[in-house]
Design a protein around this ligand. Sequence first.
Ligand code: ATP
Length: 235
Amino acid sequence: MQRIPTTDNLIDIVDLSKSYRRGSTEVPIFDKLSLSIERGRFVALMGPSGSGKTTLLNMLAGIDRPNSGMLAVDGERIDSYSESGLTRWRAQTLGFIFQFYNLMPMLTAAQNVELPLLLHRMSAKERRRRVDTALDVVGLADRARHRPRELSGGQQQRVAIARALVADPKLILADEPTGDLDRPSANSVLEILRLLTDELGKTVVMVTHDPVAARAADVTLHLEKGCFVNEAIAA
Ligand SMILES: Nc1ncnc2c1ncn2[C@@H]1O[C@H](COP(=O)(O)OP(=O)(O)OP(=O)(O)O)[C@@H](O)[C@H]1O
């Protein structure tokens, strides 16, 4: 395992380049992109469609690989990991929240939340304790036995947050987590994401098109054509 020296940053990206092949042409997305994100920060990633937000999030998740450059999370050079190394790393380090929740329809809320724990060595009792705690954090302890179709969109997204949280990852990535929700449900999801950073010390990176959602974050990064155009620290 290749480590970089420990810093206050959870994420360090240096000179990262990424392109996709389209037919015989190479389409560049990022050319020597650099970025650092401190631990415990809530970061919003904004930018027009096609600017590379999802590509960057997927590289942070080790789903997509850079062509060159360094990508370290908590000091671990994930750009050099094998597929099996990345799978192990993801189970330990990462929680992911999707726009459309991606819950299993046949499972209850509690069973959905439990899923990531099945990748860990853990007793059933400990799994139950963690699931209860995660559902409690998102205010859904009383809905543990409900299936997704018996829950509102906002509640389903809160179950998805509990699932992202249950294995106690350092980093939580969210791809337009409020994109499918009405304002009150979106606000309650944003409050929970804030709580994850403020009270549980998680680092959250959220892709969003919604300026209200971005205002809930500490930092907003604006991507345009694969470059950061400015960086605003929320007051
Ligand atoms: N697997 C792929 N193969 C080829 N091109 C891709 C692939 N994934 C993304 N792209 C291209 O990379 C560019 C950036 O895409 P990306 O999805 O990261 O943008 P985005 O900022 O998240 O857009 P949106 O806001 O619409 O989701 C786009 O031009 C897209 O067509």
